[in-house]
Design a protein around this ligand. Structure first.
Ligand code: HEM
Length: 529
């Protein structure tokens, strides 16, 4: 028998045994008299597998929420999946019961083998995770984020310059936006400014992340559903070689970047975190573990920030030819508060609540992680009279949470910044960054990046749809891609300067390549002393 056939035969036998044992092994517990949360009807053994959405799962979860309510139970061939569809349910479980709901589902290939258990987003909620969270907290705190504003100021000026000096006004701005977000993160983390979207370090990160995404595809490896298969010898477990090869690339990327940061002449996050590790006398943190903490943080920052800004451009494009007035309202505010002789700055923030409302609305209208990032509970518990079994995957479905009509109003599909300003007595729940002890630690840095970019882009440009040969606006798809980070499908926009004054200011201030950013970084260091 060829080894692949042997593998399939062994896998089928094990699979049958395991599916059966999952069903017969449920023991009585103090919650066993409670019903499971409601959900779509199931088939024997398969449960809801046949209804599992193949792409864009958040849309099907949202459709189910209309029938089954704020907490839904799915049975994926014995794997319990709980989908939360309201802010209240997500807060009650993931935040208020954080000690129970802060784990992550176990990915054998993508995490345990290919990342040697060191992927920050996928780490189980254990002592080692808490150690790494403790290393991250000071460099991502609100206070630290404030110290990073000069770098965000620099990179957002450069963004305007780059957009203004492209050869044509009709472009897909992804490269310019990604350059800005990458440069912010790589400057802070490694003292490395990114000049173009073709920077070799950025391209290497893309290539490694692309391979990782393939390994992390749900359902690609049987061993992810049945970890016991990992005990098979390597010749029956081809995923082991794939994962080992991937680990070498991850290690090379992140350790290489850490070394770049440590060897640089200025302050950066790598040096700051290395110093924190050195001061811990009782704990050993190997170099690759520190490198992955920083590197995965950089990856998490890059994609989510870039794509949220791409959704902003798309919101402008799809709003500019309708009756929507949020763009002109924002520009009136900018004209009144800023005028035409200078760029908006962070110190204008208190005077520009409408821009802040646009940022919140952006995070609501198109949450970058539309289905959130799954949490996991190892222990059984209950909620609102329902049993939540041990070993459940718990999905905070951001798409439903951001579309709760009782909270946000009936026009949830419209981009309406006003909803964040209209009822200050009834504060809306902020959305998009997850919940509880796994909430995005980069949210302060992210909000600042979004704010300055949104304010400056609206100050400088009318962002309009591409025109076809007949001079009509080209339709843009607003559904976006599948995946952990939901990206707009490629589209083009016209960046039309709002007047000659834009050119005057941006040409004067926007070319930042001569700025001594090492000096700016060394200023940041003073916050940590
Ligand atoms: C608009 C930009 C961003 C969005 C929408 C976003 C969103 C998220 C979400 C939804 C999660 C999962 C939370 C949960 O499990 O409940 C997350 C986790 C994370 N984010 Fe962000 N993020 C953004 C930017 C950033 C930035 C700028 C950084 C770092 C500088 C960052 C670092 C991380 C890390 C390290 C995690 C893993 C946390 C954990 O598993 O405990 N993110 N982010």
């Amino acid at each position: 028998m060829a080894s692949s056939e042997l593998y399939v035969a062994a896998a089928v036998v094990l699979l049958s045994i395991l599916v059966l044992t999952r069903f017969v092994s449920s023991k009585k517990s103090k919650f066993s008299s409670l019903p499971l949360p409601p959900g779509p009807p199931t088939l024997p053994i398969l449960g809801n597998v046949h209804q599992a959405p193949k792409t864009h799962p958040w849309l099907q979860f949202h459709a189910w929420s209309k029938t089954y309510g704020p907490i839904i139970h799915l049975n994926m061939a014995g794997q319990h999946v709980i989908v939360l569809t309201t802010s209240k349910a997500a807060h009650d479980l993931l935040a208020k019961q954080g000690a129970t709901f802060s784990d992550r589902p176990h990915f054998v290939v993508a995490h345990e083998l290919a990342l040697q258990g060191m992927h920050m987003l996928l780490r189980p909620y254990d002592q080692r995770f808490k150690l790494h969270q403790k290393l991250q907290t000071p460099v991502l705190s609100e206070k630290a984020a404030k110290a990073y504003l000069p770098i965000q100021d620099l990179e957002s000026k450069q963004l305007l310059f780059d957009l203004l000096t492209t050869s044509t006004t009709t472009i897909n701005p992804h490269d310019q936006i990604e350059r800005m977000t990458a440069s912010l993160i790589y400057t802070l983390f490694y003292s490395h400014r990114v000049r173009t979207a073709r920077d070799p370090i950025l391209l290497q990160a893309h290539s490694v992340n692309h391979e990782f995404d393939q390994l992390a595809q749900v359902g690609r490896y049987l061993v992810d559903s049945f970890p016991i298969l990992n005990n098979l010898p390597p010749f029956l477990a081809p995923w082991k070689a794939e994962a080992a090869s991937h680990w070498k690339k991850q290690r090379a990327l992140h350790v290489g970047n850490l070394e770049l940061g440590i060897e640089s002449k200025s302050w950066n996050v790598s040096k700051q975190m290395q110093q924190a590790v050195n001061s811990m006398t009782d704990i050993d943190v190997p170099v690759e573990e520190l490198a992955l903490n920083i590197g995965i943080m950089a990856d998490a920052a890059l994609d989510a920030s870039t794509e949220t800004l791409m959704w902003f451009i798309l919101a402008c494009v799809t709003s500019s030819h309708g009756h929507h007035s949020w763009i002109s309202t924002a520009q009136q505010h900018l004209d009144t508060v800023i005028g035409r002789a200078r760029l908006p700055t962070f110190s204008d923030r208190p005077s520009l609540p409408y821009i802040t409302a646009i940022v919140e609305e952006l995070l609501r209208w198109r949450p970058a992680g539309a289905a959130g990032v799954p949490h996991f509970t190892k222990v059984e518990t209950s909620y609102e009279g329902y049993r939540i079994p041990a070993n459940s995957v718990v999905i905070p479905n951001h798409w439903s949470i951001t579309r709760e009509e009782a909270v946000f109003g009936v026009d949830v599909e419209s981009f309406l910044p006003e909803r964040w300003l209209e009822s200050p007595e009834k504060e809306l729940p902020t959305v998009g960054f997850g919940y509880g002890r796994r909430v995005c630690p980069g949210r302060h840095v992210a909000r600042n990046s979004l704010w300055i970019a949104v304010a400056r882009l609206l100050w400088a440009f009318d962002i309009k749809p591409e025109l076809n040969k007949l001079g009509e606006p080209v339709e843009v798809d607003t559904k976006g891609t599948d995946g952990l980070v939901t990206k707009p499908l490629p589209f083009k926009a016209r960046f039309v300067p709002r007047g000659d004054w834009v050119r005057d200011v941006v040409m004067r201030e926007g070319d930042t390549w001569d700025v001594d950013y090492h000096e700016v970084l060394d200023q940041i260091a003073t916050v940590f002393r």
